[in-house]
Design a protein around this ligand. Sequence first.
Ligand SMILES: [Zn+2]
Length: 381
Amino acid sequence: MIDAIALDPVLLAQALIRRPSVTPADAGALDVLQAAVEGLGFVCRRLPFGDVDNLYARLGEARPNFCFAGHTDVVPPGEGWRHAPFEGVIEDGTLHGRGAADMKSAIAAFVAAVARIGKQKGSISLLITGDEEGVGLNGTQKVLGWLKENGERLDHCLVGEPTATARAGDTIKIGRRGSLNVELAATGVQGHVGYPAKAKNPIPPLALLVTRLSAHKLDDGSAHFDPSTLCFTTIDVGNPATNVIPGEARARLNIRFNDRHTPQSLIAWIEDEAAKVVTQTGAEISVTPQVSGVSFLTPPGAFTALVADAVRTVTGTAPQFSTSGGTSDARFIKDSCPVLELGLAGATMHKVDECVPVAEIAALTDIYAAILKAYFENPPK
Ligand SMILES: [Zn+2]
């Protein structure tokens, strides 16, 4: 007997929203999902790592294995909601609540799509993490490692993040830029402003480096990506005195980079620029990088065409391919199989009064069902 909650994506989305699963808390959200998919015949595996719970569920044993990936965790609600953030209230055809857009409704839409089309030749799986909105250490990355160790192959993956600009299916993310954070620290010698010769001010060398890095054009974009961008986010000296040359100055930057760079190539470039400023000024400058994501790209081909055609069949409009926006767990999945991102409109995600029209959840369910049908009729190589 299939539970009503698996057949109706709005009921399941509401049930998920009613679990306040603010990262890393699960609050029973994965239990709700597991019960719904077990009713459809999925074999479920809970994969807790650290303080995070994750779920891998699979329907069928044969290949190809089509995987839907997503997360049940949400960002904190914040204050001032019109409707309580964890009640899943529907008003005037719109579902309200934290996770309505990002991305509990998409998970519910996928489950309802599977319930509609039933078991296929091949397998359908769900990789759902409770650690996407946090640091992402104990979520998708670890689950993918577990899958590999246990001989579980994913052939193609769809991530249900809210990638649409206005309507479900209007945009398919075929890639995302990578993200690199770097802290620069210039060290000099503290001293009296009246005797600057006896001190070494780290601010001018740091300012010089900031200017050099900011003035550099990283690239002109590539076939599928916009140009890479570099932004300084802070410069800190924190000197309360008017008569002291400080001993240290720091700055931080973030680079969103396309497929023309690797974190290593960017770090090498920054270190090289820092070395030039050191030679020129005699200051000491340290460069501390932290890679938060590499870029990924699933180039247009059989898989993207299949998904785009399925969307057009349902909505009547061809989707846009895009590589804009922040990072997502697709950056980990891309090492396992081709991955695309397709979900609801993200206009209200992470905001107060997050909401999504019920009709959009229905449309996304139709889209996911059409993709699954087309996929198993003619699996892309
Ligand atoms: Zn998300």
